[in-house]
Every structure is written in structure tokens, then in C-alpha cells.
Design a binder for this molecule. Structure first.
Ligand SMILES: C[S@@+](CC[C@H](N)C(=O)[O-])C[C@H]1O[C@@H](n2cnc3c(N)ncnc32)[C@H](O)[C@@H]1O
Length: 288
């Protein structure tokens, strides 16, 4: 099944999962902080962001964290109509205010019409580039370099070669994701291409960009024994909250969030030191 159809089928569950799962929220909060520490200035006001393979739009926590201190203009594109529908729904207020826009588009062809230096920040989070063939990446990297203004920031995520597979082509990532989302999709097998940190650096270097940091995620914290148990406790507390759990439950929820945050931070430290053990790697680069 092609990648757009798989994501069409899981789009609702995907958006729901990444906006509610306690571990993912804390990981995305950390991603927001990493993005903010590299946020380019925008002389004309709002920071212009292109999100390639935006899915359902940034999980809310990323937008909320960054927009609290920066004016943003956020453009997202994704190959899946279903994902774009979710993004339109999630970001309806920002779209009405003219701060966000989404379109269905394939990043292999969509960037050529974008004028040069249109963006201060180009991002693509959570493995989008692993859904593309390796040989498709150089022309996309060249387009990113062109649409970014000089001095702009580029942040791209890739599935790592070493986490749960050692093969350059890993056929089961989406199967795994669909199971995690609890959504049955027949033949959700889409080949994902995995990368080492050195291969990612090389990809950027060939496009004339220098990677300053490779951050790994999901070294130990992504383990179902850690992540899954946090979510079980989150669900149990949420159920008690719905039944009118009161202050004690809300305090327990807060304590659980802090615990999740500490696990995510410890995982990120491991992932920074040992990206080769991470499930996913994210590269932070600057255009010269
Ligand atoms: C793992 S999801 C990540 C979504 C989002 N970036 C996030 O962080 O939640 C991968 C996304 O890449 C999109 N995608 C895959 N190939 C694409 C392509 N050629 N052009 C645009 N989007 C693509 C899929 O539709 C899906 O929404």
C-alpha cells in the first residue's frame, strides 16, 4: 500500500495519539525547546516556517511552546489528504488568523514553485525523510537550501539504522506504528530507509549545509516497558479524573508528567551521546 493511503487511514488515530500520549508530549516539548534554541531571527516579524510532511500539523505542545515567545507563520504540506484534514482541523484558529496554512503536496515535486529564501526555518519531524528513497533526497536537499534564507535553520528527522534494525531498508516501521496506534490497516508495510549520523551529515554537506547537532530519540525511553507503562498509568489517572477524582488525582497527574519529563530528558542525553542507539535521529543544521 502506498504511504499516502496508509497515513490517510491512520490520520485520525495519529493526531489523537500524538496530542495525548504522555511520553510523546514530553518528547515534543523537548523538541520545541531544541527548536527554540536555534530559532533564526525574522527581521520582518513572524518567523516563516515550512514543515515538510507535516502530518496533522505540529503536535499542539510544539506550537504552544514556541508561539508563546515567537510570532510564527507556519506552512505545512503533506502527501496524505487525511493528514491535511487533521491539520486543518487542529489549526483552524491559526489559519483563520492567517498564521498557518496547509496543503496536500508531495515534497518530491512541491518545492520547485516556492520562491528562493522564502523561509527562516525548514523542518521535517519524525521520520518523513525515511519514507523517501535515498536517491530522491539530494534534489530535495538542494530545494531546501534554495528556499531557506541564508542563515536559516533546517531540522530534519530520520529513522536510525541501529535502533530496531540494522538494514538500510527497513520494511516494517509503519506496521509497527499502526499497531501502536491501535488502527488495523491491511498491508501497511511501507519500506523505510534508515540512516546513520554520518550519512545524515554527508547528505547535508552535499547540499552545502553544516549539521551542528545530531540528537537521538528513543534510546531507552521509547521501550514499551517504559513508555507503555507510563501510558497505562496516564490512562488509569485520566479515568479516575473523569469520574471526579479531584485534587489528589490532579496532583498524581502532575507528578506523572514530571516523571515522564525526567525520563525524556535522560533519554535525550543518551541520544545526544549515542545517536547510534536511538530509534530516530534529528539533525540541526544552518544554511550558510
Ligand atoms: C511519521 S509521519 C510524521 C508526521 C509529522 N511530521 C509529525 O511529526 O507528526 C510521516 C508523514 O510523512 C508524510 N509523507 C510521506 N511521504 C511524503 C511525501 N513524499 N511528501 C509529503 N509528505 C510525505 C506522510 O503522509 C506522514 O504524514
Amino acid at each position: 500500500m502506498d504511504v499516502a493511503k496508509v497515513y490517510d487511514k491512520v490520520s485520525e488515530a495519529y493526531s489523537e495519539f500524538y496530542n495525548n500520549d504522555i511520553y510523546s508530549i514530553e518528547e515534543d516539548r523537548l523538541i520545541a525547546q531544541l527548536l527554540m534554541s536555534r530559532m533564526p531571527t525574522a527581521p520582518d516579524g513572524a518567523i516563516r516556517i515550512a514543515d515538510l510532511g507535516c502530518g496533522a500539523g505540529w503536535p499542539r505542545v510544539i506550537w504552544d511552546e514556541i508561539s508563546a515567545s515567537h510570532a510564527l507563520h507556519y506552512d505545512g504540506c503533506d502527501i496524505s489528504d487525511g493528514m491535511i484534514e487533521q491539520a486543518n482541523e487542529a489549526y483552524a484558529p491559526e489559519m483563520t488568523a492567517g498564521h498557518a496554512a496547509f496543503r496536500q503536496a508531495d515534497i518530491r515535486t512541491a518545492l520547485s514553485n516556492v520562491p528562493a529564501s522564502s523561509y527562516d526555518l525548514v523542518v521535517s519531524l519524525h521520520g518523513v525523510f525515511s519514507h523517501l528513497r535515498h536517491e530522491e533526497l539530494p534534489p530535495i536537499m538542494a530545494e531546501i537550501q534554495r528556499i531557506l534564507r541564508p542563515g536559516g535553520t533546517c531540522v530534519l528527522g530520520f529513522y536510525s539504522r541501529f535502533a530496531d534494525c540494522r538494514a538500510p531498508e527497513h520494511p516494517r516501521v509503519l506496521d509497527h506504528e499502526c499497531r501502536q496506534l491501535g488502527t488495523a490497516v491491511d498491508d501497511a508495510t511501507v519500506t523505510s530507509i534508515t540512516y546513520t549520523a554520518d550519512e545524515v551529515r554527508q547528505l547535508f554537506a552535499e547540499a552545502g549545509m553544516t549539521v551542528d547537532t545530531i540528537q537521538g530519540f528513543g534510546v531507552e525511553g521509547g521501550d514499551p516497558d517504559i513508555h507503555g507503562k507510563l501510558v497505562e498509568r496516564q490512562n488509569a489517572l485520566d479515568a479516575r479524573d473523569e469520574q471526579g477524582g479531584g485534587r489528589a488525582v490532579r496532583e498524581a497527574q502532575r507528578a506523572l508528567r514530571n516523571e515522564a519529563r525526567e525520563i525524556v530528558e535522560a533519554d535525550a542525553q543518551l541520544g545526544r551521546k549515542n545517536p547510534e542507539r536511538a530509534h530516530e535521529i534529528m539533525a540541526f543544521a544552518r544554511r550558510k
